[in-house]
Design a protein around this ligand. Structure first.
Ligand code: NDP
Length: 607
């Protein structure tokens, strides 16, 4: 007996996940291990389907003649006008007692209106592009959809909501078919976990190199920063290896980590649901990062009150970095081992290549949890991010101590305040992280463990560290100009992120009624006005402007304090390319249409 029913390249009917609708798809590949098929929809969307969700085209044609059949396939194919599998059955009799069913049918019809691939014909040679044809608010462009749905006026109303007209006009019409309802009805489609075929970060060699390169970079930059002359050509001499390790420092690091874990476990703060996983399940997350920050501030304040010298952190910075690196390595090994036992569907879509080094680096398991303790979510914002501002504070105090100052320098104050604002903002808006790539796509492995626990606290505090050894005086007007720059960056960053997060959480939010969006086959819209119509990643633009403002207080004597902004531009340009790739896969031609409407990625008129 063959172990697969459908061959590569075969055109079959694939069930749209979470619905009873079948669409024409082409088999792209088959995974012998998971017994899953990767299929391609006409709009370019790729999904992974079980064999039971796939049927041959002939079985549909056969059923078409069986009028008594109530299978979804019959509904999909009962119209002779088109063989489009997603079309609603016409002339179907309904009794009054079937009104509920009728309502459900209408909802399905709405899905179909948005999802049905339009078959090219003499009259309609356009290819289905993953969105209704009415996206430009042009009434005549609704013709195809309206023809299909007439005389169902309620459905027409819903279709109007999908047009790009400002939604204020439609507010009153939302009672029955609010957008929220529709978005809930149309399930979010995420690719089911299967083998990762496209390797990122330079593949196996790239990720293997980075496992060594990243810690070496941290060590190199910290040593550079401590030199009197931190110019790039002045390579620092390596300290004796034994001086890099101190058990007491490691103990302090562990104390810090577990204190943050304790704060995370406190039953304060609301519990929210994350975005749906590939199996439709939603994980719960406690939002109490800001409380953890307040408790940490109280703990640090108490230590300072009892004359504890935060200078200890500055003095043992290298050992702390090594301790954090050792811990993140141990954590990554643990994460990889436990990931070998989890079901396929819980693996990260991007970290399941089957290559040990690659999966170890990018993260094999998507959401590793011990009970309800989410390791990735915890590490993303707590020990590293809060640790970053604690290190900044330690640098500020070290500067005062070393240079016998009664006040920190203006440069140091600016760097501390700007970065504190950034961290507090992240914790205050903690919920927003649930829609980011780190949570929804990337697994938890060495990349994020090292990034969260080592790279963020020790590399992002580089400007403050630099200022301790290299005092830089700036005038008040310069400080004011840098502050304005930071505020502009922050405003763009925050409003862009909030706009998208609010839209993703509740597309029907009346406060967002002025925004226009392109609907996509997955049910999610792509904003084309507001910040997301300005450039494709306005939040990155704001973030980069802020990064520049954090480096400027360090003057122009050395490039070292500009490491952050240079690295950050590279990171975000690469991240943007990754995100584009994922969005192209998710949204197909609708994404291309968005790119046409919004041609610049991050920097308007430049890139
Ligand atoms: P984003 O918050 O930019 O989210 C990208 C996602 O947004 C896409 O995958 C897509 O997801 C959705 N999206 C894209 N275009 C649109 C649109 N037009 N309308 C609606 N939704 C759209 O991703 P990141 O996780 O990279 O960044 C989050 C924040 O974190 C940013 O501000 C970034 O600057 C910051 N950041 C900071 C870092 C640091 O080290 N300081 C590192 C990395 C990020 P979908 O459609 O599935 O919802």
């Amino acid at each position: 007996m063959p172990n697969r029913r459908f061959a590569d390249g075969e055109v079959v009917m694939g069930r749209w996940p979470g619905s009873v609708l079948y669409y024409e798809v082409q088999v792209a590949s088959y995974d012998d291990v998971s017994h899953l098929y990767t299929v391609k929809y006409k709009d370019g969307t790729e999904l992974v389907l079980k064999e039971s969700d796939i049927r041959s085209q002939s079985s549909f044609k056969h059923r078409k003649s069986q009028s008594s059949s109530s299978s979804p396939s019959r509904r999909s194919t009962s119209r002779s006008r088109s063989r489009s599998p997603g079309r609603p059955a016409k002339g179907r009799r309904r009794s009054s007692s079937q009104s509920r069913e009728h309502k459900d049918d209408k909802k399905k019809a709405i899905q179909e209106a948005n999802l049905a691939p339009l078959k090219p014909s003499e009259n309609n040679t356009r290819r289905y592009n993953g969105e209704p044809d009415s996206t430009e608010g042009n009434d005549t462009s609704c013709v195809i959809l309206e023809q299909k749905l007439k005389p169902d006026l309620e459905i027409e109303r819903v279709l109007e909501q999908y047009s790009l007209r400002p939604r204020k006009e439609e507010k009153k019409k939302e009672e029955i078919y609010s957008e929220k309802k529709i978005f809930e009805t149309i399930k979010t489609i995420e690719k089911t976990s299967s083998k990762t075929k496209e390797l990122e970060f330079g593949g196996r060699i790239g990720t293997f190199t980075m496992i060594f390169f990243l810690p070496a970079t941290v060590l190199y930059l910290l040593l550079m920063c401590k030199q009197d002359d931190p110019s790039l050509m002045n390579f620092p001499s390596l300290p004796p290896l034994e001086s890099l390790w101190e058990a007491r420092v490691f103990g302090v690091f562990l104390l810090w980590f577990f204190l943050q874990a304790l704060f995370y476990l406190l039953p304060i703060g609301k519990v929210v649901e994350g975005l749906p996983l590939s199996n439709g399940r939603k994980l719960q997350y406690r939002i109490n990062g800001f409380y953890a920050f307040v408790l940490t501030a109280a703990a640090i304040g108490t230590l300072l009150y009892f004359q504890f010298e935060l200078y200890y952190l500055y003095d043992h910075l290298l050992q702390f970095a090594v301790s954090a690196a050792a811990f993140s390595l141990g954590l990554s090994i643990y994460l990889y081992i436990r990931s070998l036992k989890v079901p396929e569907e819980e693996l990260a879509p991007g970290g399941n290549s089957g290559y040990f080094v690659y999966d170890f680096f990018t993260g094999h398991e998507l959401n590793p949890r011990i009970g309800s303790f989410d390791l990735k979510y915890f590490c993303e914002l707590r020990p590293g991010l809060i640790g970053w501002v604690v290190l900044n504070l330690a640098m500020l105090l070290a500067e005062m101590k070393i240079h016998n100052q009664s006040m920190p320098s203006l440069s140091m104050i600016l760097v501390n305040i700007f970065q504190l604002l950034y961290v507090v903002d992240a914790l205050w808006n903690e919920e927003a992280i649930l829609t980011t790539m780190d949570i929804t796509h990337d697994g938890f492995g060495f990349m994020l463990a090292f990034g969260d626990l080592v790279w963020v606290p020790f590399m992002y505090s580089l400007q403050a560290l630099y200022l301790v050894g290299h005092p830089t005086a700036i005038s008040w007007p310069v400080a004011a100009a840098i502050t304005i720059l930071n505020c502009i960056g922050y405003y763009i960053f925050r409003s862009a992120n909030s706009q998208k997060n609010n839209f993703r959480r509740n597309p029907a939010d009346p406060k967002l009624a002025y925004l226009k969006f392109i609907p996509t086959a997955t049910g999610k819209g792509l904003l084309v006005t507001g910040w997301w119509g300005f450039v494709r990643h306005p939040n990155y633009l704001g973030d980069i402007i802020m990064a520049l403002a954090w480096s400027l207080p360090c003057g122009f004597n050395h490039i070292l304090p500009y490491f952050y902004v240079i690295y950050f531009i590279c990171l975000l340009v690469h991240r943007e390319a990754r995100d584009e790739h994922h969005c192209k896969q998710k949204y197909g031609l609708a994404w291309e249409r968005y790119c046409q409407r919004v041609p610049y990625r991050i920097f308007p008129y430049i890139y």
